[in-house]
Design a protein around this ligand. Structure first.
Ligand SMILES: C[S@@+](CC[C@H](N)C(=O)[O-])C[C@H]1O[C@@H](n2cnc3c(N)ncnc32)[C@H](O)[C@@H]1O
Length: 281
């Protein structure tokens, strides 16, 4: 049963951290002329109206992208992120929030490749519509974990995979680990970015232990909390685990996180984590 719709959550604090990180990863890929592939196993609908009933119902974007949009002097590390947001809000009013596929669409070059996947019967056609004239894009509507097996290793070998499941099913933490294990085996040099929510810290502790066991490559964790852990009463933090990160990413995140926490925070309680789960061997 697929009940999760990203339109309720687009532009929230978790999306902001995820997409800032994604924009830095894409920027690093663009640093070399050689073509690369971006794979998004759980893509969502692509573009989200912040005036929709779904967005208004939760109002989550108000403590996420709205704060960034209104902030003065954002750090230079947010230039690429904000450039993409502005492309979808050209009149200067914040009405739309671009999801991960649209960061790829805006930032990637004509000779790069984009593989997208969304299984939801309502969101998948919306995503296809966003890319119907984009010859770089290949769209799929299958199970995202299956896609990670089917499409790896990709051609070209240079590239980035974003795994951003909705964690609706209790077994998704296991599925994520299995997918990472297999993906690593098939595509050792690929960069993998795994998004995770913090709802029950025990599950995150388990996930981190498991990733440390499974992965032999350099692995970075970045997390932002907007409230204290609450053991099952909603998402209080979120993060990204990045395997084979580009060399500058640690310093870029280290430099922007204090500003981000300060800008996003609700009651003086935003906190950051930035640490290596595994360092260069
Ligand atoms: C967190 S949202 C993705 C948001 C998107 N990556 C972004 O950053 O804009 C997760 C998406 O995964 C989709 N989904 C859930 N289960 C899936 C599965 N087994 N395979 C592929 N997609 C799935 C949901 O419909 C939802 O759109």
């Amino acid at each position: 049963m697929l009940s999760y719709r990203h339109s309720f959550h687009a532009g929230n604090h978790a999306d902001v951290l995820k997409h800032i990180t994604l924009s830095l990863l894409l920027e690093a890929m663009n640093g070399k002329d050689k073509p690369y592939v971006y794979i998004d196993s759980h893509s969502g609908a692509g573009c989200y109206s912040l005036r929709s009933e779904h967005a208004k119902k939760t109002g989550e974007f108000e403590t996420g992208i709205s704060r960034i949009w209104q902030a003065n002097n954002p750090p230079a590390e947010l230039d690429a992120y904000l450039h993409v947001i502005k492309q979808y809000n050209r009149d200067g009013q914040l009405n739309y929030y671009p999801g991960s596929p649209l960061f790829a669409k805006t930032m990637m070059r004509p000779h790069d490749h984009i593989i997208l996947n969304e299984i939801h019967p309502t969101d998948s056609p919306l995503l296809k519509r966003e890319f119907n004239k984009d010859s770089r894009a290949h769209l799929n509507q299958i199970d995202g974990f299956h896609l990670c097996r089917e499409k790896l290793p990709p051609q070209p070998r240079r590239g980035l995979l974003l795994m951003d499941p909705s964690y609706e099913m209790p077994n998704e933490y296991d599925q994520v680990c299995e997918a990472i294990k297999n993906a690593q085996r098939r595509w050792e040099t690929g960069t993998f970015a795994l998004w995770y929510p913090v709802v029950d810290r025990n599950k995150n502790d388990w996930l981190e232990r498991k990733i440390k066991q499974l992965v032999q490559r350099p692995t970075l964790l970045v997390e932002m909390a907007v409230a204290e852990d609450s053991q099952g009463y909603g998402m209080t933090a979120s993060g990204m685990i990045i395997i084979n990160p580009p060399w500058k990413l640690f310093e870029q995140l280290e430099s922007l996180l204090p500003w981000l926490c300060n800008t996003i925070q609700v009651e003086n309680n935003a906190k950051q984590r930035l640490e290596w789960l595994r360092k260069e061997t």
